[in-house]
Each structure stands twice: as C-alpha cells, then as structure tokens.
Design a protein around this ligand. Structure first.
Ligand code: DAH
Length: 572
C-alpha cells in the first residue's frame, strides 16, 4: 500500500507522510493535495504514552506552512511502525496552506486525529507591556489585546529596502519592472504596510478560519488592523480605482516566522496584474483583444513545461459562471508569457553575473515549468518553478483573478490575471546571497558590492561573501506547562498551544540579527507526568563581528529568561 517517493511516504490516495517538510517545500508534493507532515521520534519510546495536543507547529516556511491538527503516536511507515508527530494541511499557496478539517484518517491503522479549533481569544495578561498606541511611518494606531508586534519589527517598517538605491532588493525590483512597460503597468511602490483584515484577507476571499489569519502567524496592531502579510492586500483597492490596464506593486510584507537563513519577519514582494475591460475592447471581443496583446509581447527561447490542461474541474477550475473557456485560456496565455519573459530576464542576468565572476562558468539551459496551484483569489491558479542547482524551485504564484474581486470593486465588466513574487528569494539566487539577514545589514562590505548597478544593470555581479565570523551555539531545554493561554504572544505555553513562532520571536527580540538559526533538537513526553520537554539549539553568529563567549552567554541567558517570562516555560 505504501511506497516511498523521494523521501515522502505515500499512503493511499492523495495523502503523504512527509519525512521532512523540506521535501515538500521543494515542490515535490502536488498542490491541492493533503500534506501530512510527520516528524519522527525514536522507536525506543514506542510504548510510552503520547499526549494528544492541539498546538501549532511549523514546517519549513517558504512553501508549506503551519498546521495545528496534530497527534503523537504510531504511524505506519516504511517497513513497520514509527512514532512521531503529524499534522495535515491543504496547500493553498507557496506560503500558505489551509488546515483541512475534513481529512480522513491516513489509513486504517493510522491513529491520526485532526483536532481543529479556532485560536482562543488572546488573554489580557499576554501582552501587558503593550503600548496604547504605536506609530508606523508617521501615522498613529491604537493597539488592543491583539497587539503582537515587537519593537524590532516596528523599527523595520521604515527601511523600505525596495526603494533604497542599489540595494539588491531594489535592483531585483528594477529588473522585474523592466519587463512590464510603464504605459500599461502603473507602479505603486509606496503603499503603507498597515492594512485592515478586510484588505489583507476578506477582500481576497480568505475564509474566516484561514490559518494565515492566526496571531501566531501575523502581526496584529489591533483586531482589525495588521502589518500586511502580502502585497495582494492592495489588489481590491487597485481594481476599484481602475487607474490603468495593469499595475505593479512592490512593498515590504510581514510574517511571524521561524529563524533561519532564508526567513526573516519582514521581506519584500512584488505583485502585478493585467486587466481587460469587455466594454472597451474592439467589437466587445475580449478574447481577440487579449490575443492581440499577447502577439505584441516578445517571444523567448526557453523550454517551458506545461503538462496540465488550462483548467480542470476539480484541481484547477474555470470560473464557469463568469468566463468562457476561451476567455480563461486567453488570459492564462497572456499571463504565462508575461511572467516567463520576466523570469527569463532574471535568470539570464543571474547567469551573466556568474560568468562575470567566473570565466569558466558552465551555462546550463534554463528550465521552467508551470504547476497547478490554489489561491483564494484566483482560479485557475499556477505556480511557476525554475530548475535551479538540481531542484525545482517555486518562484511565483499567479492565476486568473476571481471575478468576485472585480464585481466587489464595481468593475464587473473587467477580467484579468494577477501574480505575486518574493523579492529576497529571487535576489538571493541572482546575487548568491547566502543569508537573508544580510539584506538588513548596513555594513559597507555588503552594500558597496552593488554600487552603480541600478544605473547600469550590466554591472550586476554575484555577491562575494566576506569572512564569516564564527558561530556559537547554545541549547535551551524546558518543560511545557500542562494548562494555559493561546498561541501568538502566549503568556504561558503548554502542550496544547505552544507555538514555535512564539519562541522564535522571543529569541529574535533578545538577540535580533545575531541569531542565525534556531532548531528543535529534541522533544519528548514524560511517560508518567505527560509533560512535554523540548530542546532548541540556538546558533548565535554576528554578521559584523566575532562574538565573545560572554556576549553569547549574555544573549542566551536573556533568551532563557524571556522564555520563562513570555511563554511561562520551566527551564530544565
Ligand atoms: N499573495 C500570494 C502569496 O503571498 C502570492 C500571489 C499568488 C499573488 C497569486 C497573486 C496571485 O496576485 O494571483 O503567497
């Protein structure tokens, strides 16, 4: 019944045990399937009692996200049973997955239970130190008990790296913009990061219980105001304004996340859309108008794999109430060519940059493919993947915009496509930047390497790493309590609602950019008391200096105290 598929155990129809979230994050799990993440624990504890818990856990953020339906226990795997922790989610986008409340048990012998509940209301005690008001970019906002933005993150709201001359994020933005003519695509690069829950979620059709809304994942200022989690938050207002046939937005976005070399609580996205108005095209023939616009686009010589049908009734449906198949196919064809041209430009520049540094650089042909995807605000939807250093890498999400967006924006006669792309991820590839913290560094050894590139993109070169300072890792072990409050600014973490992102935030708050990554090393449940113990390894490494052992100890001691004060854990 089971077969092992590139590190993924397949257990029956559409369900997988993922032995590591990283495997799923490389796009090997088809979208729209249930993904069951599984973290094995040792077989030696096969007979111990396992605690059922409804805590959140994280997977490799990047493509797959957190779920909170979980269970400890034996699972069928490979040649027998192995024990571990599992949760099931339904993938909705490269950064978001939807908790699927209807999942069937994995197999008759599996004892996966899916416990789903909305997060309890935040407890008043959980953020007693919260300021009554905060200021972001000169505007004042009133906080309430939903407030969960640390000062370190607030400070970053003013940095606007996408607009900082010769910053790699700004260079990447410029390269992308260069493939979308200004006459059609109006630029919006100064939108405020503070938006409403309506703009960020409701206007885009996110269901009320969508996992992305959780306080453990999103920075809230108050119950209805947050730091945008994606640039799509501005889509509805731009459709309503209907100021141009298309637009490009670039902006900073915010997500509570794990700590490692490719995740940072702030990053940048670019969003684009192209619309057509049925009442304005010649003879009212929107299909002909779209194909005429497509014919004006350049072609490219890159091989693109696009094995799926243009839409599929279950996997990737046509909005049949609103679009004819011909209309959706025309929109998709324009969308795909436009985005392929952009990606070809980026990867061609990346290769040129590599060749400038290394004359022996061997140029591998670029491979691009389209895979089916799901977003609440597009249908059909796709992700584009690029073959890079031996792996398929997701680079963007896109689709035919849901017609409800146009209807709600009082533009029912319009239709079109939209896409979103993360800039740091592309910049890391383009320049070979190894650590996302570097983007925030003010170190001249970093910034000076990009001087003059925005004025002459042909000067683009790969980043030459300066010497790495030594790392200093330290472990922290603690017991979780048996009862308490909610995820996201949790006052007292217990087995039911301990969320790793809360721990990540305590660490970031204390040590900021001096933390390179934080990893769970071990966890177990005491067979008699049922209490859970966790051990995390924190890797301290400054980008700017060698840390002395005292400095690392000082950070670590403050992290330990922070965990006690903010999460209520009991240190071991
Ligand atoms: N907002 C999505 C994300 O952050 C990306 C995205 C997907 C944007 C599809 C779009 C779109 O405009 O059509 O994961």
């Amino acid at each position: 019944m089971q077969d092992v598929l590139e590190g993924i155990l397949k257990i029956g129809h559409g369900q997988f045990l993922c032995l590591s979230a990283a495997v799923a994050s490389r796009g090997k799990v088809p979208p729209l399937h249930h993904i069951v993440y599984f973290r094995p624990v040792s077989r030696s504890r096969l007979d111990s009692s396992y605690t059922l818990h409804n805590g959140w856990t994280t997977s490799s953020r990047g493509q797959c996200h957190a779920g909170r339906a979980s269970h400890w226990g034996p699972f069928p795997c490979g040649d027998g049973l192995c024990h571990g922790f599992a949760f099931a989610t339904r993938r909705t986008s490269w950064r978001q997955t939807e908790l699927d409340q209807s999942s069937q048990p994995l197999s008759p012998s599996s004892i996966l239970l899916l416990l789903c509940s909305s997060p309890p209301p935040p407890s008043a005690s959980s953020n007693s130190s919260r300021p009554a008001t905060i200021e972001v970019n000169g505007k004042t906002y009133t906080t309430d008990e939903w407030y969960n933005v640390p000062q370190t993150v607030l400070t970053l709201t003013g940095r606007k790296l996408h607009l900082q001359k010769d910053h790699p994020v700004a260079i990447t933005r410029q390269i992308i913009e260069s493939k979308f003519p200004t006459a059609t695509y109006k630029r919006y690069n100064e939108f405020d990061p503070v938006v409403s829950t309506m703009e960020n979620f409701d206007s885009l059709g996110f269901p009320p219980d969508h996992v992305g809304r959780a306080r453990s994942d999103t920075y809230y200022i108050n119950e209805t105001t947050l730091l945008r989690t994606h640039t799509s938050a501005h889509e509805a207002e731009l459709f309503r304004a209907s100021a141009s046939d298309g637009y490009l937005i670039s902006a900073d976005v915010y997500r509570r996340d794990e700590v490692d070399r490719s995740h940072y609580p702030v990053f940048h996205q670019m969003e684009g859309a192209r619309v057509w108005d049925r009442t304005k095209v010649p003879n009212g023939d929107v299909v002909a108008a779209i194909y005429a616009d497509l014919a004006k686009l350049p072609t490219h010589g890159v091989k693109v794999e696009d094995p799926n049908p243009p839409h599929h009734p279950e996997r990737n449906p046509l909005q049949s109430e609103h679009h004819t198949p011909e209309e959706a196919e025309a929109v998709a064809a324009h969308l795909k060519r436009s985005l392929e041209l952009m990606v070809v430009e980026i990867f061609t520049r990346a290769k040129q940059a590599a060749a400038r540094l290394d004359p022996n650089y061997v140029d591998e042909p670029l491979r691009v493919r389209w895979i089916e995807a799901y977003f609440p605000f597009t249908s059909p939807s796709w992700e584009m993947e690029v073959y890079y250093q031996g792996d398929w890498l997701e680079v963007l999400g896109c689709g035919v915009s849901k017609q409800e967006l146009f209807i709600n924006a009082d533009q029912p006669q319009q239709l079109g496509w939209a896409f979103g792309i993360g800039l740091e991820r592309i910049a890391m590839l383009l320049f070979q930047i190894p650590d996302i913290r570097l983007f925030w560094s003010k170190d001249e050894r970093f910034l000076s390497q990009f001087t003059g590139v925005q004025d002459d993109l042909d000067k683009l070169k790969r980043f030459v790493p300066f010497s790495k300072y030594p790392a200093c890792w330290k472990d922290v072990s603690f017991w979780l309590r048996s009862t308490s409050a909610a995820g996201g600014n949790t006052a007292v973490a217990n087995v039911h609602d301990f969320h790793e992102n809360d721990l990540m935030e305590v660490v970031r708050d204390v040590a900021g950019d001096v933390v390179e990554d934080v990893q769970l090393k071990d966890q177990f449940t005491h067979p008699k008391t049922g209490r859970m113990s966790m051990c995390y390894r924190i890797n301290y490494r400054s980008l700017e200096k060698t840390l002395t052992n005292e400095e690392a100890n000082d950070f670590h001691e403050r992290v330990r105290q922070g965990l006690v004060e903010k999460l209520g854990v009991e240190l071991r």
